[in-house]
Every structure is written in structure tokens, then in C-alpha cells.
Design a protein around this ligand. Structure first.
Ligand code: HEM
Length: 127
């Protein structure tokens, strides 16, 4: 297939598995678990919608929730450099779990690294 989107290249099923593996890692991470809701069902549902459109698939997130405004939506949570690194480590481990490899993995991880960096709104010492 020529000119397929990263979304098509990954596929809906693998993307769903990736997000589920990711939030399992988040729920077990000492720096991340405390800032997330205990029940991650709705969080995972929104993240599947978001990543679908982020990767060039249908705009599922925007259809239901409006403009992502991701940085603004993260302002209620103290996102430190250490938490951003932890988020990315959970994602990398999830990519290993679902066997996401190659160019599309590199592409997604690069983009997520930039987005995670952009979400930082607090320092590690908490001031
Ligand atoms: C929501 C933390 C990075 C996408 C959230 C929530 C938290 C959080 C605590 C709220 C969960 C809820 O109430 O359901 C973090 C931390 C990050 C990070 C600590 C570290 C940098 C990212 C990145 C993306 C992202 C890189 C983009 C791929 C989202 C989305 C939501 C969300 C789409 C749902 C927003 C909504 O409520 O509609 N995040 N996040 N986050 N996050 Fe992050």
C-alpha cells in the first residue's frame, strides 16, 4: 500500500492493544499512578480516540470532545520532567509488549517525545 497513514500502518487492533498495555504500565508506575484516576477505562478510551487522529486516522477525539488543546487539558496535573520521562518509558515498554517495531514505531515515539516535552508544566522539586 502506497501512502498509507501511520494509523493504517499500525492498525486499529494494535493501537488498542498499545493503549491498554500503556495504561497498565501507568497504573503500576509510582510517579504516574498518583496523578491518574484509579479507573483508567475512560482515559484509555479517550487516548485511543486521540492517537487515532494524531496518526492520521479519523478525527474521533475531536468529534466527541472538541479541539484537543492538550497542554491546557494537562494543566490541572503537575507534569514534571521526571513524569514526562516516565510516561515515555511506559509507552516504550508498551511498544515492546505489542511488538510495534520499525519506522512507524520510531515515527510515533519521536512525535510522542515532542508532545510529552510540551506537556511539562512543573519542575521536579515541585515549585
Ligand atoms: C489525559 C497525564 C502526556 C494525551 C491525561 C490525564 C493525566 C495525564 C493525569 C487525565 C486523565 C483523566 O482524567 O482521564 C499525563 C502525563 C504526561 C502526559 C503525566 C507526561 C508527559 C501526554 C501525551 C499525550 C497525552 C504525550 C499525547 C499523546 C492525553 C489525552 C488525555 C490525557 C488525549 C485525555 C484528555 C481528555 O480528558 O479529554 N494525561 N499525560 N498525554 N492525556 Fe496525558
Amino acid at each position: 500500500e502506497f501512502f498509507e497513514t501511520p494509523y493504517e500502518s499500525i492498525g486499529e487492533e494494535t493501537l488498542d492493544q498499545l493503549v491498554d498495555a500503556f495504561y497498565l504500565n501507568v497504573s503500576n508506575h509510582p510517579l504516574l499512578a498518583p496523578v491518574f484516576p484509579e479507573d483508567l477505562t475512560e482515559t484509555a478510551r479517550k487516548q485511543k480516540q486521540f492517537l487515532t487522529q494524531y496518526l492520521g486516522g479519523p478525527p474521533l477525539y475531536t468529534e466527541e470532545h472538541g479541539h484537543p488543546m492538550l497542554r491546557a487539558r494537562h494543566l490541572p496535573f503537575p507534569i514534571t520532567p521526571a513524569r514526562a520521562a516516565a510516561w515515555l518509558a511506559c509507552m516504550e515498554e508498551a511498544m515492546d509488549t505489542v511488538g510495534l517495531e520499525g519506522d512507524v514505531r520510531e515515527f510515533l515515539f519521536q512525535r510522542l517525545s515532542l508532545t510529552a516535552q510540551h506537556m511539562i508544566n512543573s519542575t521536579d522539586n515541585g515549585d
